[in-house]
Ligand binder design. Structure first.
Ligand code: UDP
Ligand code: MG
Length: 317
């Protein structure tokens, strides 16, 4: 049984894995306590798995889980939590944007009695203006939309206690937004601050499409506000149309002039249809997720594992 489990999701990270391994190793040796490095290979198509195998045969602390295909970053983290055996579990990105050295500071906080220590980025280096800007807007939007207190500018780089991990393992929801779930379970939480480094090598595995999906997962998992927006917009548009009706009738009966032609008509129709479709889309986002939930498929499928015991099927007591 390890004291610390470090969970590292990897997707086509052949260029960075060796360096990540080396840096993590150096840091974890400084704890003088047993630890495990648990890599989750999220269906990589490059040599990631070969490198993991090569490292694992030489090192007992090195373990991995190999997915049958790409299931996504958040699911990979979840699998890591399912298999981790440590008393404290640390989640870190593979690309060294999150400095492994910060783990020591997190561990100190954990020993002071905090169950969740998350890392807040005070600065992001080497990321595009677009990424920084979208991330900035996303965290504020999420904060405005949800009732629970999800800290801003905080990724999944964090340390959680075994207690928190066990609670998270109870939650098998599919559209997972792990950092939200961690806030949701509560316990004593604190932050350490860091400056986000540029990627060590390779490129981001979060293209715009995945980013949008991820943001929608975050908002829909923790808020009904988009649905409430539909009723409010409906109310507003109906009110506006009643006023409009009176104006038109007044003009026709008393001013004997009618507003000309189809331009105005078309505008109103397009606006109405646009809003309706938009709101249908919002409802669709929720229905799609309900559909995913009721199918109750497993969250991920494992192809091969190394070094880990059987998945903790035991429910937390
Ligand atoms: N990742 C993953 N599955 C995916 C996408 C990403 O396991 O489908 C991993 C990736 O290998 C990295 C972490 O998630 O360790 C964060 O991804 P990335 O650094 O590309 O995201 P960014 O920092 O650009 O937001
Ligand atoms: Mg990154």
């Amino acid at each position: 049984m390890a004291t610390y489990s470090v969970i590292i999701p990897v997707y086509n990270e052949a260029l960075v894995i060796r360096e990540t391994y080396r840096r993590l190793k150096t840091v974890m040796e400084q704890t003088y306590e047993p630890y495990e490095l648990l890599f989750i290979n999220d269906g990589s198509t490059d040599e990631t798995l070969e490198i993991l195998r090569e490292l694992a045969v030489k090192d007992d602390t090195m373990k991995y889980i190999d997915f049958s295909r790409n299931f996504g970053h958040q699911i990979a983290i979840t699998a890591g939590m399912d298999y981790a055996s440590g008393q404290a579990i640390i989640v870190i990105d593979a690309d060294l944007q999150d400095p492994p050295e910060l783990i020591l500071e997190m561990i100190e906080r954990w020993k002071e009695g905090y169950e969740v220590v998350y890392a807040r980025r005070v600065k992001r280096k080497g990321e595009t203006v677009f990424k920084r800007w979208t991330a900035y807007v996303f965290y504020r939007l999420l904060r405005a939309a949800t009732e629970i207190d999800i800290p801003v500018d905080t990724g999944d780089f964090r340390l959680i206690d075994r207690k928190v991990c066990d609670q998270l393992r109870y939650m098998r929801e599919r559209s997972r937004f792990v950092r939200g779930l961690v806030s949701w379970v509560g316990f004593r939480q604190t932050a350490v601050e860091y400056e986000r480094e540029p990627r060590f090598a390779g490129e981001t595995k979060y293209p715009l499409k995945k980013m949008i999906r991820f943001s929608l997962d975050g908002i829909t998992s923790f808020s009904y506000k988009p649905l409430k927006l539909a009723s409010w917009l409906g109310f507003l548009l109906s009110a506006a149309s009643v006023v409009g009706m009176f104006v038109v009738l007044y003009l026709k009966w008393f001013a004997h002039s009618t507003v000309a032609g189809w331009a105005s008509l078309l505008m109103v129709m397009l606006l109405g249809n646009g809003v309706t479709l938009l709101m249908l889309g919002a409802i669709g986002e929720y229905i799609g997720r309900i559909y995913d939930e009721v199918k109750e498929r497993p969250l991920y499928i494992v192809n091969e594992t190394w070094g880990v015991g059987t998945k903790h099927e035991r429910k937390p007591s």
